[in-house]
Write a protein that binds this ligand. Structure first.
Ligand code: 0GY
Length: 303
């Protein structure tokens, strides 16, 4: 478990953080029945679940109750809650949310390789189904690969998958490591493409190749609010990247709001408008159902 300072009063990092939208719009796009928000977080509350000593930013509180209210407002049925770096490997806030979700939430944890089997099994019972490896240097001190390989061996008996977060520029260096892992791998925010570059250019082609040549690799087509340079007026510059992956690999895609949007500096994302982005990347009802229902249900609720 991460070290924390007992009873510390947490102040959010002003330069890196905007408070989540207080009153997101009602989406125009009607989500299919049983839709899953497959990438979101809970933060704290800090006085109950303190943020980790090694964190690189301090968020504002974003509780499970607020997440459930957003889920209902947007029209989702379920959530996949991803352990955020500001909580280190102390997964208690996510576990607390999972165990009070009425089986409507699953989780992705951060673990140390020497975690006990008992603790892993308890996390599984609570609803954890994956572990996250983070290579984004502004968020973490990246762990050596042998430690990550050891962690990947620990979660394998439970049938968990690995969620990986990296910047597009890092993919050449990470390619062999990623392809050496033999569980399902889910890549956050489709590997963070630089949307100034062409969809059919060499950088995104490497990500497409990764998915084409390895059918254990999935992508989250989320993060438009953090990838877009055009901004919230449609996030149109991100759409071609996400749509290309959706249409090429329809059975290995997920989508999530990314609420409460840590480290967004440019604007406060309106979660209703994020949902309205979905038809731009998955234009047909069949694709929308795979993205929002069939794929996340298969990955998170079948075992
Ligand atoms: C995201 C993205 C970010 C942060 C984290 O765990 C985290 O702190 O994932 C980011 O800053 O890009 O998916 O929430």
């Amino acid at each position: 478990m991460s070290k924390t300072i007992a009873h510390e009063k947490f102040e959010m990092t002003p330069k890196d953080w905007r408070v989540w939208h207080p009153s997101p719009s009602k989406p125009v796009f009607k989500l299919p029945k049983d839709a899953v928000d497959a990438h979101c977080h809970v933060f704290g509350p800090g006085d109950k679940f303190p943020f980790a000593l090694e964190r690189k930013y301090t968020p504002c509180d974003a509780s499970k109750e607020q997440l459930w209210a957003l889920r209902d407002h947007l029209g989702f049925s379920r959530n996949v809650i991803v352990q955020a770096t500001c909580h280190g490997t102390d997964n208690r806030a996510v576990i607390d949310a999972l165990t009070s979700s009425n089986d409507m939430a699953r989780g992705v944890a951060s673990i140390k390789a020497d975690i006990s089997d008992t603790e892993l099994q308890a996390m599984h019972r609570a609803g954890m189904r994956g572990v996250r490896f983070n290579f984004v240097k502004r968020l973490v001190d990246v762990l050596p690969k042998d430690i990550l390989v050891a962690a990947s061996q620990r979660i394998k008996p439970l049938g968990w998958h690995i969620v990986i977060y990296f910047e597009a520029a890092e993919l050449p260096e990470l390619y062999d490591f990623i392809t050496s892992l033999d569980t399902i791998i889910v890549v956050d925010h489709m590997g963070r493409p630089d949307v100034r570059k062409p969809v059919n250019g060499p950088e995104f082609a490497l990500f497409t190749k990764l998915m084409r040549e390895h059918d254990n690799i999935w992508a989250k087509l989320s993060g438009q609010e953090r990838l877009s340079l055009q901004g919230p007026n449609g996030y149109d510059d991100v759409a071609p990247f996400a749509r290309h992956i959706a249409e090429t690999f329809p059975d290995r895609i997920l989508w999530g709001t990314d609420w409460p949007h840590p480290n967004i500096k440019t604007h406060t994302p309106d979660d209703g408008k994020l949902v309205d982005f979905i038809p731009k990347i998955a234009p047909t009802a069949t694709l929308q159902k795979k993205l929002l229902v069939d794929n996340p249900m298969r990955l998170y609720w079948q075992k």
